[in-house]
Design a binder for this molecule. Structure first.
Ligand code: HEM
Ligand code: HEM
Length: 227
């Protein structure tokens, strides 16, 4: 029997959002890998430190990616003002709407294989939306604040990092507390990334709408083989 598959496409993610997504993914990968080595340093090598500079290069990678992450995030905030409505999702949550919570529950059940029918969304589904705001927007800001506060200790009293972010250290407790929060933040983000990639691939296959190609081309395709 011949089944006709109807496809409709909607333009969702504009180029700056897509570019930011992939730059951000790359920066976070470098930050997590270099951060892991900062937390678990390699054994000391014999000779002058300046002859090999291994930890120096690892820290350089961390700080270079950190600046890219922070500047890209500022760019993403700017785009939320001038971009389309989907570009604002990362910065607003409709928590006051009952339908948001109802659909959130549906998504949790759908991901747990307890629902038969996927719901379709042009932008993010409510569960993805909530998790992205919590981990990327709130978590990302927390990583920038704690990261630059740690950086301020090295750039010194009175440096711009110290003036802008130094206040965080006494607020949190002391330097080691800030380091621990920064460290736990990494694990929260790493867990998010693992689940995010699993879900993106899973939904692309079973939810009858495109996901991965949407973050490449910007277009969401809805596939429907029912009349
Ligand atoms: C460090 C790695 C990654 C991070 C931190 C990350 C983060 C994010 C964020 C914040 C968004 C929301 C974008 C926005 O609204 O502006 C998003 C969307 C998306 N990401 Fe990632 N991502 C990562 C890696 C990946 C990878 C490797 C894939 C592909 C397998 C992927 C696929 C997607 C897709 C398909 C969407 C759109 C979801 C939708 O249409 O609702 N991401 N990601
Ligand atoms: C997703 C973002 C980030 C991740 C996953 C991450 C991860 C980490 C980890 C795991 C550590 C080691 C902490 C420890 O000693 O236990 C670290 C250290 C550090 N991070 Fe980040 N980081 C991120 C963003 C940033 C940002 C935006 C900055 C801003 C400059 C930054 C600056 C620092 C500094 C200064 C240190 C201490 C380095 C040292 O003592 O040698 N990080 N980071």
């Amino acid at each position: 029997m011949h089944t006709e598959i109807k496809r409709t496409a909607v333009y969702v993610y504009e180029a700056p959002v897509r570019l930011w997504h992939w730059i951000n993914a790359l920066a976070i990968t470098v930050l997590a890998a270099s951060g892991w080595f900062i937390a678990n340093p390699l054994p000391t090598l014999p000779g002058e430190a300046s002859d090999h500079f291994v930890m120096g290069y690892i820290r350089f990678a961390h700080f270079a990616a950190a600046y890219i992450f922070a500047v890209a995030f500022l760019g993403r905030i700017y785009w939320a003002f001038v971009g389309n409505s989907h570009s604002r999702q990362l910065f607003s949550l409709p928590l006051h709407r009952l339908s948001f919570w109802r659909e959130l529950l549906h998504e949790v059940r759908w991901y747990a294989f307890l629902e038969q029918e996927p719901k379709k969304y042009v932008g993010h589904n409510p569960l993805a939306h909530l998790v992205m705001v919590a981990i990327i927007t709130v978590g990302g800001i927390a990583m920038v604040l704690t990261g630059f506060a740690l950086y301020a200790e090295q750039s010194g009293l009175g440096s711009w990092q110290d003036q802008l972010f130094g206040w965080l250290i006494p607020l949190v407790g002391q330097s080691q507390d800030v380091r621990l929060w920064h460290h736990w933040g990494m694990w929260i983000i790493v867990i998010f990334v693992v689940i995010h990639v699993y879900v993106a691939i899973r939904e692309d296959i079973v939810s009858r709408q495109s996901l991965i190609s949407t973050m490449v081309s910007g277009w969401r395709m809805f596939k429907d083989d029912r009349p």
